[in-house]
Write a protein that binds this ligand. Structure first.
Ligand SMILES: [Zn+2]
Length: 340
């Protein structure tokens, strides 16, 4: 098992506020007198833009490793989701190597699409925590709402609009496949500068764009230099995010469960929450994404207040870094190679 670097990427610098953007490229270039690499530069070069180069410190090693622990977790989740019964639970003493049986399963609840439906977004902020709220950058007065969430002690993410397959509209200022490198960078920066204080980014839609490994390497490289993580919403089974992350040597996370694909059905939300609990029990943790729909909020409120008593640790999305890091003695992850 080969470990990829992690602390240098997201551990040491994890600002409460987004990194300043002005002159980013120049600043980075001065800070690391290093090697020009990068996904973004490659992408921009490929797209014919002249503007940019991202610099990576020469000491940072990029390795692409096989990841049996990750594959084992994928297998367990696939069997759970396929509806297989409890027999799936490994016999006592044979839990996957990366799960410490004594540790409490970790659950991350993310509500995204926040900000556009103002009324329901405000209702969502009244949920008991911990909930991670991911805001659409184009929502009106988005910074006000995001700061309200932060002041209330919640974690905030940025929900980045990306081009889907089909006719669905990702909204204004979405990243699109047909953009030149310059347009891509300008649009990305517009989105990233709309509000402050987010810890990470997850994709809004994006079933088309996240399949493009060149785009994903550009995006992940850029987010890494901004000091924020990427969490793949997994809106397509063919997302290239994980491969792009491996090739760049950055740490990313991924959604396991959508809570409310059946919009308007609180019972379905409850069933998905049970599914999330089971994945957490059997693999150590789970990432669930829902939306500020009334039925989702209705089901989530009581669930959030009772989950700890049922043995689960509710954590913010950025807490995944600790879950995933074997460098933290209290982390459940025993296998160094476990990653998303
Ligand atoms: Zn969305």
């Amino acid at each position: 098992m080969t470990r990829m670097r992690r602390k240098t990427i997201l551990g040491a610098r994890f600002p409460g506020d987004r990194a300043g953007n002005a002159g980013l490229i120049a600043t980075v270039a001065m800070a690391f007198a290093g090697v020009l690499v990068g996904a973004l530069s490659a992408y921009l070069g490929q797209r014919g833009a002249t503007a940019a180069a991202i610099v990576r410190a020469p000491s940072e090693k990029i390795e692409i490793a096989e990841d049996p622990a990750r594959a084992e977790r994928d297998r367990i989740i696939a069997e759970i989701v396929s509806g297989a019964p409890e027999r799936l639970r490994p016999p006592e003493g044979q839990l996957p190597a990366y799960v410490q049986p004594a540790a409490r399963p970790k659950i991350v609840i993310i509500l995204d699409d926040m900000g556009v439906d103002r009324r329901n977004s405000e209702r969502a902020l009244n949920l008991p925590g911990p909930v991670t709220y991911s805001f659409l950058p184009y929502a009106g007065k988005v910074n006000d709402l995001a700061q309200t969430a932060r002041k209330a002690g919640a974690e905030v993410m940025l929900h980045l609009p990306m081009e889907p397959r089909g006719d669905a509209d990702p909204g204004p200022h979405a990243l699109k496949a047909g953009m030149t490198g310059g347009e891509f960078l300008k649009t990305l920066e517009w989105n990233l500068d709309r509000f402050a204080g987010y810890t990470g980014v997850n994709n809004h839609m994006g079933s088309k764009l996240t399949e493009d490994i060149a785009v994903m390497k550009s995006l992940l490289g850029y987010l890494d230099h901004r000091g924020v993580f990427f969490l793949d919403s997994v809106t397509t089974p063919n997302s290239a995010a994980r491969q792009a992350a491996k090739e760049l040597g950055v740490e990313i996370f991924a959604r396991d469960v959508f809570l409310d694909n059946d919009v308007g059905d609180a019972d379905s939300v409850k069933a998905q929450l049970s599914l999330a609990e089971r994945i957490a029990r059997e693999t150590g943790y789970v990432v669930a994404i829902g939306h500020p729909h009334p039925e989702t909020l209705e089901a989530l409120g009581p669930w959030l207040t009772t989950a700890p008593a049922r043995g689960y640790d509710l954590i913010f999305a950025s807490g995944l870094r600790r879950v995933e890091s074997a460098d933290e003695p209290q982390a459940f992850a025993a296998a160094p190679g476990l990653r998303l």
